[in-house]
Design a protein around this ligand. Structure first.
Ligand code: GTP
Ligand code: MG
Length: 335
């Protein structure tokens, strides 16, 4: 195949490792930034505990799953013990408390799919979203964090992919493109199916971590310090992986029938999940199964227009990686 010929021709791909790693390094948050995040969390904890003494605050999302780039907002979950609480009431009360403590841009979004309070801390300059009892998000944050410990190439690849998606405007869920969380799952899947595999399937191994959240049993092997050599037989480096990643989503994935499933470490069929038809607003044009909430398709936001945009962007990126003399520049050009 033509395609194969081009792949074989590019013998200079390893020349691109250094520039890709430089981009990765430039996106990693500094220790100073991490400590400011902790500082904000501590001051929020103090405020919250005055009103709800047994409440706990957890960081989740990219500031805790190790896929957070520099200057990201932080995601916080307020865990309350009381069984039947009215989330809107609590959020409005929380907003009052935060406002009174001089936090800025405080806003309660009680009607959102995940209701939150937004705020900006003028001391650290960090913006923050607080949700209530979203324990599944805390657990999937731990899963992503644990995958990142196994092989450094996952974090390198995911940072590059997130940076690309932001630059190209395809990381905007309300415009029908994918969330950062969905892109990280695509990176994990991609490294699981590499031959030899770079990542294992943690949910397919003996469970060492088990919690039940909202009737969903979340179980997987979390002793990842024992898996640091897992991908050692695969010698691919970052530039070759970025290239293969875009090639995979541009030319190899079966969008019509396949569901990306990190839970099983494979592609499973849409038919088996009954994701073949549009139901309500869920169109299932690209299917990405949530690892724990398995009826949840993270691709549900994608519509018949945005799927085209997404696939064209994957093809553009794959072609740049094939042919462009300076892919590190062209890949991230603003759209
Ligand atoms: P950035 O903020 O873009 O750096 O990445 P993020 O991983 O923090 O993404 P975001 O703030 O959109 O989401 C926060 C977290 O919510 C994710 O990391 C997941 O843990 C969790 N989450 C669970 N379900 C969903 C979902 O359907 N969409 C999104 N976006 N997040 C989900
Ligand atoms: Mg976030």
């Amino acid at each position: 195949r033509n395609h194969k010929r081009v792949v074989d021709c590019r013998s200079d791909i390893d020349r691109m490792n250094a520039p890709f790693l430089a981009i990765y390094e430039s996106l990693v948050p500094t220790e100073e930034e991490k400590s400011k995040q902790k500082q904000l969390l501590t001051s929020l904890e103090k405020l919250v505990n005055k009103e709800w003494p047994t409440a706990q605050l957890y960081l989740y999302g990219s500031c805790a799953n190790s896929f957070g780039v520099s200057k990201s907002d932080i995601d916080v979950c307020l865990a309350l013990e009381e069984p039947d609480i009215n989330k809107s009431e609590i959020l409005l009360k929380l907003a009052d408390i935060l406002q009174a403590d001089n936090l800025e841009n405080v806003q309660a979004l009680t009607r959102a799919r995940v209701p939150i309070v937004k705020l900006m801390d003028p001391v650290t300059g960090i913006s923050c979203d607080i949700c209530i009892n979203n324990v599944l998000a805390v657990v999937n944050t731990k899963l992503l964090h644990d995958y990142a410990q196994i092989d450094d190439r996952l974090r390198q690849l995911a940072f590059i992919v997130k940076h690309w998606a932001k630059s190209r405007g395809v990381n905007v869920t309300y415009q029908g493109t994918l969330s950062s969380y969905a892109y990280v799952l695509m990176c994990i899947h991609f490294l699981q199916q590499r031959k030899p595999a770079i990542l294992p399937c943690l949910q397919g191994m003996e469970a060492t971590y088990v919690v039940t959240v909202d009737d969903i049993e979340c179980a997987y092997f979390d002793q990842v310090q024992h898996l640091r050599d897992f991908g050692a037989r695969n010698k691919e480096r970052i530039a070759a992986l970025v290239w293969a990643f875009f090639d995979y989503w541009a030319y190899r994935h079966d969008y019509a029938n396949g569901v990306i499933s990190v839970r099983t470490g494979s592609i499973i069929s849409k038919r088996a999940k009954d994701w073949t038809r549009r139901i309500g607003n869920d169109r299932h044009l690209i299917c990405i199964e949530d690892p724990f909430e398995i009826s949840h398709d993270l691709g549900r936001v994608v519509d018949k227009y945005s799927i085209k945009t997404l696939r064209e962007e994957f093809e553009r990126a794959a072609n740049i990686m094939h042919l462009d003399p300076d892919p590190c520049v062209t890949l991230f050009e603003p759209y």
